[in-house]
Design a protein around this ligand. Structure first.
Ligand SMILES: Nc1nc2c(ncn2[C@@H]2O[C@H](COP(=O)(O)OP(=O)(O)O)[C@@H](O)[C@H]2O)c(=O)[nH]1
Ligand SMILES: *[C@@H]1O[C@H](CO)[C@@H](O)[C@H](O)[C@H]1NC(C)=O
Ligand SMILES: *[C@@H]1O[C@H](CO)[C@@H](O)[C@H](O)[C@H]1NC(C)=O
Ligand SMILES: *[C@@H]1O[C@H](CO)[C@@H](O)[C@H](O)[C@H]1NC(C)=O
Ligand SMILES: [Mg+2]
Length: 421
């Protein structure tokens, strides 16, 4: 009888341990359905679209490491009215599928749209960590570290008394309830966060705020490029760019030798194999860059001169211009380039209605990516993303890593971040 009692006690203890384990570690199996955990992230509201694409790669690679241990899913942060998207109504948020092929992202790591997260989990998050630098700045030599600290920058969250200590905050147009809210001073890269996330076993969902604070694990390395290749543009944008190239620029993938595989994982790039359409493409960044990078941004006259030289050098007569400049400036540039065919993408109002500033910018980028020769703007992430696209398409690097010079007739050219496998 004693024996049976002992066995029962041991069995109960075993059950309890199992239970505790399940509660602590949300990765416990229920049937064959592994419990999902969600990583959400957000970026400083002031950052533009193309830096945000870069932050995605940093976080996606963190998730790549997390899914080795647990069943993590990355929640894609909706696109709000970014600083440059002047036609997007305040408070409206667009899903990633408006701009990217989400099925293609999913071939790299598991991702879902925020809307689907809300449907599955409701507007709750276990822990939020808002990243910040150390108030005292860099301390001595470089070391990776993080510490819970008082918040030093503005954030959306506020404490509400009486509700089990939860915090509440507007996030992408939805009020999110956060159980544990922490500001985290950090210096390091994405994987610096691994121990923190692995220790936080109670939270099924974790939100990382101000994710641009952490660096890449390896910018330009193998995993950088794998994540980057998974970021294919949405079909409706690719098709628009294809139509435009065909109609306005006599350019198509067969002649240009820029055909891509259905699945980016099957792609093996032959450098220099891409020819590109019979035009040069220019990304002429203006607006805030004129103020912020004055000496490095050319006047329209100097830009026109450089474009003419390139057209002669490439023995071409057509220049495609992507720019955020006002229409008058584009007209002036066209005049300065008289004798050449100067092409600019103007969307049909229906297309604009649907995909807005973000969609147009991507069509501009795709068209730039397929040109025989590309020249971009100094330190513009918009230009950087075009250069990457050209790497993926297999262009010779001489036709890709070029920038317009500002005041000086010759200037330092962009670093060649070549694709690696
Ligand atoms: N359509 C279009 N939009 C542009 C162009 N250049 C800049 N923009 C807009 O301005 C934003 C620039 O911000 P960002 O993406 O951060 O790139 P960066 O500021 O150049 O590094 C883009 O996201 C676009 O919305 C362009 O050539 N064409
Ligand atoms: C929140 O923090 C408290 C105290 O550190 C901890 O006991 C609790 O498990 C945490 N909850 C979650 C969901 O992380
Ligand atoms: C330049 O292009 C023209 C027309 O496409 C062609 O006839 C000519 O041979 C080219 N010249 C050189 C030097 O490639
Ligand atoms: C690329 O540029 C370098 C440096 O200007 C030059 O030496 C090389 O010949 C170029 N290669 C091709 C294929 O144009
Ligand atoms: Mg920017």
């Amino acid at each position: 009888m004693r024996k049976v009692g002992e066995i029962v006690v041991i069995f109960l203890a075993f059950l309890m341990v199992q239970n505790v384990k399940c509660e602590l570690k949300d990765s416990c199996e229920r049937g064959d359905q592994k419990i999902k955990r969600y990583l959400l992230y957000d970026v400083n509201p002031g950052e533009g679209f193309n830096l945000r694409r870069d932050v995605y790669i940093r976080i996606a690679n963190l998730v790549r490491k997390l899914i080795k241990v647990d069943n993590w899913v990355l929640v894609l942060p909706p696109w709000g009215n970014l600083y440059h998207w002047q036609n997007v109504q305040y408070g409206l948020y667009a899903p990633w599928k408006n701009f990217f092929d989400v099925a293609s992202l999913n071939k790299w790591i598991p991702v879902i749209e925020f809307d689907d997260y809300l449907k599955a989990e409701g507007s709750k998050v276990g822990s939020a960590y808002i990243l910040q630098h150390y108030a005292e700045g860099w301390t001595g030599r470089w070391e990776e570290k993080y510490d819970k600290k008082p918040c030093i920058q503005k954030h959306n969250f506020h404490h509400r008394v009486g509700l089990d200590g939860s915090w509440f905050g507007q996030t992408w147009g939805t009020e999110i309830q956060v159980q544990n809210f922490t500001c985290l001073s950090i210096q390091g890269q994405a994987s610096t966060l691994l121990p923190l996330i692995k220790q936080d076993l109670k939270s099924r969902s974790i939100l990382i705020g101000r994710a641009e604070t952490i660096l890449h694990d390896e910018y330009g390395g193998k995993w950088y490029w794998a994540a980057r290749q998974s970021m294919r543009f949405a079909n409706h944008l690719q098709e628009e760019a294809t139509r435009f190239r065909k109609n306005q620029l006599d350019s198509d993938d067969v002649h240009d030798k820029t055909e891509v595989k259905e699945d980016w994982r099957d792609t093996k790039i032959k450098r220099g194999a891409a020819v590109g359409g019979p035009y040069i493409s220019v990304h002429l960044r203006r607006k805030d860059f004129i103020r912020a990078r004055g000496d490095e941004v050319p006047t329209l006259k100097r830009a026109a001169q450089q474009i003419k030289n390139l057209l002669k050098k490439e023995n071409l007569t057509t220049a495609f211009i992507a720019t955020d400049a006002p229409t008058e400036d584009f007209q002036d540039l066209t005049t300065l380039l008289s004798g050449y065919k100067v092409v600019h993408y103007e969307p049909h109002p229906d297309f604009f209605q649907l995909w807005n500033d973000g969609g147009i910018a991507i069509v501009d980028q795709i068209v730039c990516s397929h040109a025989r020769y590309f020249i971009g703007s100094y330190e513009s992430t918009f230009s950087f993303r075009i250069q990457e696209e050209r790497e993926i398409l297999g262009f010779h690097e001489n036709t890709t890593f070029n920038r317009l010079c500002g005041k000086k007739a010759s200037c330092e050219q962009p670093a060649k971040w070549r694709i690696v496998y």
